[in-house]
Write a protein that binds this ligand. Structure first.
Ligand SMILES: [Zn+2]
Length: 173
């Protein structure tokens, strides 16, 4: 953790922000709440109110059991991103030895879907499966949308999201 200075892209005013590139959830379990409420990696310009994010991804780790969760900016949400991140950013050694997950979020906004990932909770209704699917990508998202449809097979949004995701996967492979 450190203090970083960011410059507003709109008015140029700079602001000092507490910045994390990784968070150990075993040491700081209370951070989970801040993460779910969208209180990390984002600030608003004091002068003009423009939202500013610091990092495009943040690594969350926990020790029992060992697990890494990559929080990634929504702008990267596509099936190929996991491979890109593993090739360019993740330490090679970690990929084979630590289970890794990815969640795509809009930093600065609350994200209910993260509750299922951070608290290891299984979604219970169609809407919850959709919330989870929307922060996933590729096969993970497909599985969540299918689970939503198993509960409510007539849900129009789930059908659309499932088809969109399958299309994206087709272009990717
Ligand atoms: Zn500004």
């Amino acid at each position: 953790m450190g203090i970083e200075e960011v410059e507003c892209p709109k008015c140029g005013k700079s602001a000092k922000v507490r910045s994390y590139s990784s968070i150990n959830l075993t040491e700081k379990p209370r951070m989970k709440k801040n993460i779910i409420e969208g209180k990390i990696n984002s600030t608003k310009c004091h002068q003009c109110g423009t939202k500013m994010n610091l990092h495009s991804h943040i690594l969350l780790s926990s020790l029992e059991p060992p697990r890494w969760i990559w929080l990634v900016s929504k702008k990267h949400q596509k099936p190929s991103y996991q491979q890109e991140l593993f090739e360019k950013i993740a330490p090679q050694i970690s990929i084979s030895s630590i289970p890794q997950q990815m969640a795509f979020v809009d930093f600065g906004e609350p994200c209910k879907g993260l509750e299922f990932i951070l608290n290891d909770k299984e979604p219970k209704c169609c809407e919850e499966w959709l919330e989870l699917g929307k922060i996933q990508s590729g096969h993970d998202a497909v599985e969540s949308y299918k689970s939503a449809l198993r509960i409510d097979q007539r849900n129009v949004e789930a059908k659309k999201l499932l088809n969109d995701e399958l299309d994206k996967l087709k272009t990717y492979t």
